[in-house]
Design a protein around this ligand. Structure first.
Ligand SMILES: NC(=O)c1ccc[n+]([C@@H]2O[C@H](COP(=O)([O-])OP(=O)(O)OC[C@H]3O[C@@H](n4cnc5c(N)ncnc54)[C@H](OP(=O)(O)O)[C@@H]3O)[C@@H](O)[C@H]2O)c1
Length: 249
């Protein structure tokens, strides 16, 4: 998905390249994460950093889908109780243990905590697929949120979590909606943005397993639209998301 001349691909070119990459992935010769993404039967090891409303809810849903989940936060006792309540392949650990455990990480913390998470986890993050639902909210997160909004939420997260393969997802749908998604008659879309084809494939699988249809709206730079308050926020059909995304640059 990178151009040879260093010029930035247009959103349309990006989506075409992403489609080709997905097709190549489907044909084989793919790394572990992408193989896992294409094999619905194989459970993933998912480390959750931030086991609050979003992290706790998604972890429980992915557990039901057959994955191994390690919950972590600043409160290990809370996470032990959560894992015990959910049972099965749920466990609890420190954020470092969750980062080491997960082949895929969900980092779901207040945006103001992301710099600390990046520093604390350091090399444990290198090369990991990271789903990034965290939103910069100036009233809650202060200056870091203003900076992140200026830079764009996806690119800002990538800078704070260096070496990761980030996909923005689950950013602007309330956590109470998630457990109901798979039961609805019409499948709603989930806009996602990322630069790494393997990470996009893994994220797409995990979005689908929660009951949404993933819609890649473009590279990580498009993550600036994946925050509350933009036209993509809230629930839309996949077709509606594609139409809205086509009006955004
Ligand atoms: N709530 C939603 O419906 C929703 C929807 C979409 C996106 N989001 C975004 O998702 C993120 C999480 O939201 P939330 O509602 O799930 O928040 P939450 O319920 O307050 O949970 C935040 C979690 O992050 C943990 N945490 C905080 N600082 C940490 C650190 N330095 N290291 C490790 N863990 C840390 C907290 O642990 P402790 O409890 O131990 O402090 C808690 O488990 C936010 O950025 C939010 O904007 C939320």
């Amino acid at each position: 998905m990178k151009t040879n001349d260093g010029a930035k691909p247009s959103r349309r070119e990006f989506l075409r390249a992403a489609g080709t990459a997905a097709a190549v992935l489907a044909l084989g010769a793919m790394p572990h994460a992408a193989r896992a993404a294409s094999n619905a039967g194989a459970g993933l090891k998912i480390g959750i950093v931030g086991s609050g409303r979003i992290g706790g809810t998604l972890g429980a849903l992915w557990l039901k889908a057959g994955h191994e989940i390690m919950f972590s936060s600043l409160d290990l006792e809370h996470d032990k109780a959560l894992a015990a309540r959910l049972g099965g392949k749920a466990r609890a650990g420190t954020p470092k243990e969750a980062a080491a455990f997960g082949e895929v990480l969900l980092i779901a913390v207040p945006y103001s905590a992301l710099p600390q998470v990046g520093r604390d986890l350091g090399d444990l993050l290198k090369g990991k697929v990271v789903l990034d639902p965290s939103n910069p909210i100036p009233a809650r997160d202060g200056e870091i949120a203003t900076w992140a909004r200026e830079k764009g939420a996806g690119l800002a997260s990538a800078e704070l979590l260096p070496g990761t393969r980030i996909v923005r997802a689950f950013n602007a749908i309330g956590y109470t909606r998630l457990p109901e998604a798979a039961k609805r008659q019409e499948r709603m879309g989930m806009p996602i943005a990322g630069d790494d084809a393997n990470a996009i494939a893994v994220a797409s699988r995990l979005v689908r397993e929660v009951g949404y249809e993933p819609v890649l709206i473009g590279p990580l730079a498009m993550g600036k639209y994946l925050i509350p308050g933009t036209p993509l926020a809230g629930e839309h059909t996949p077709e509606q998301i594609r139409k809205i995304a086509a009006t955004l640059k």
